[in-house]
Write a protein of this length. Sequence first.
Length: 114
Amino acid sequence: MRTTTDPAEITIDIFDLALSKVLSSPLGNIYPGDNVTFTLNVYNQGTADAQNIQITDYIPSGLALNDVDWTDNAGLATLNTPIASLAAGQSTAVDITFTVTAVVAGPIRNRGRD
């Protein structure tokens, strides 16, 4: 059996995403039973469009996930529906809501997952 091969050139697009997170509500004092919402801003800093962007967020101590768009996976919140596409140079925002479950002395830190 004789096989021939042709050289092929492929391009692999690499996208460069960044994430920022800010407390969007409520501002001021927060008490047990209050809901707190964070806005996660996803930026495509690259030159290629990004597809199927999955977001995972840590659930901090003292907070419980309270958002139907996210699933609690052993202390990590996962966005149920990935961001389908984000064009190069564009950004989009996703909210996540938690309920304060305990009295915490000092700040509650909520950080994104790398």
